[in-house]
Design a protein around this ligand. Structure first.
Ligand SMILES: NC(=O)c1ccc[n+]([C@@H]2O[C@H](COP(=O)([O-])OP(=O)(O)OC[C@H]3O[C@@H](n4cnc5c(N)ncnc54)[C@H](O)[C@@H]3O)[C@@H](O)[C@H]2O)c1
Length: 308
């Protein structure tokens, strides 16, 4: 089986690449290295084909059985800085969709739980998103387009709404990294964690290993559609700080600042029923185990990102 991973030098993408190689796939990666880093592939670089480029150039990699599309600008501030990226993300997605139809490839693509911003939890796939941000404005049309390509041309696809993904090897994302990684890094550096507002915002923390499993399960499933990838449990930023501090055995310093981001996501917490029943996807790693594993990894680095 041949797989393509767009954004394969990124946090989630590089972990998908690693698992695919373990399962015997032949893997090609396309990544523009905007937030990703080839260091994320350093132990497996000689086992894959790598092309530096935009996801729109996917055809240059030849035929594949399955495409994992994660090569999309990955954070809200990136789109706020350049909102024309909304159009580019959608246009590149259409190139990926056309590629999949031409090559009869199944598509598994990254969507986001940010799509639920403004709705009370638990968040279920049936709600009609109220778009509150440029980042979300780029994701919602992708989901609709995938469904349209299914209706028109028989595309086989799963769009995965990731919740708050954390784990090892997130250092290339720097300020865009998950709150858990940022707390660990600040704790290791003995510096203050900046908290927007009172720290009551809640996130459904899902470990990278479970996210990779969701991708593999989706790629083999006969189901099509949009699926949540979360645990169903949420933690406030304050609770995360307490948890990470407890695992590290130290008090993490914090500084509360006014939230500079309008329409910041207040709470995300997955309704996991559909992904359990239709895909058979169950998370296996709880927050304590996942945070400990991430911490063990970050301790092996010579230095962790010193952000802000
Ligand atoms: N990490 C999370 O908590 C989370 C939550 C919801 C959704 N997502 C989505 O999952 C995907 C992967 O996120 P991640 O956390 O691994 O972030 P990441 O920034 O590490 O990964 C994105 C990768 O894609 C590359 N890239 C960006 N735009 C590209 C383009 N136009 N063409 C080719 N490559 C491009 C980047 O260089 C990077 O390697 C993103 O689409 C992100 O929005 C992530």
């Amino acid at each position: 089986m041949k797989a393509i991973v767009t954004g394969g030098a990124g946090f989630i993408g590089s972990h998908i690449v690693e698992r695919l190689l373990q399962e015997g796939y032949s893997v090609s990666v396309i990544d523009n290295l905007s937030t990703g880093d080839k260091k994320n592939l350093k132990n497996i670089e000689n086992k894959i084909k790598f092309l530096k480029g935009n996801s729109s150039e996917i055809s240059k990699l030849g035929k594949s059985d399955i495409v994992f599309h994660t090569g999309i600008y990955s954070s809200t501030p990136i789109y706020r800085k350049d909102n024309t990226l909304v159009g580019k993300a959608i246009s590149e997605f259409i190139d990926v969709l056309n590629y999949c139809i031409k090559n009869e490839s199944k598509l598994v693509f990254a969507s986001s739980s940010s799509i639920y911003n403004g709705y009370p939890p638990p968040h279920n796939e049936e709600v009609i998103p109220k778009v509150k941000d440029f980042y979300t404005e780029a994701r919602y049309p992708m989901e609709r387009l995938a469904d349209l390509f299914r209706q028109m041309y028989g595309l086989e696809y799963c769009g995965l709404r990731y919740f708050s993904v954390y784990g090892d090897r997130e250092e290339s994302k720097k300020t865009f990294a998950n709150m858990v990684s940022q707390i660990i890094w600040k704790g290791m550096l003995d510096k203050e964690v900046m908290i927007y507002g009172k720290g009551t915002q809640r996130r459904d923390l899902v470990n990278i290993s479970d996210v990779v499993s969701a991708n593999l399960i989706a790629s083999k499933s006969k189901e099509n559609g949009i699926f949540n990838v979360g645990t169903g449990i949420s933690y406030s930023f304050n609770e995360m700080i307490e948890k990470v501090g407890g695992i590290m055995g130290k008090r993490i310093k914090t500084k509360n600042i006014e939230n500079p981001l309008k329409n910041y996501v207040d709470i995300v917490q997955a309704d996991t029923k559909k992904s359990k029943e239709k895909l058979g996807f169950f998370t296996k790693i709880n927050a304590d185990e996942g945070i400990k594993a991430a911490l063990d990894y970050y301790k092996t680095l010579k230095k962790v990102p010193d952000i802000f």
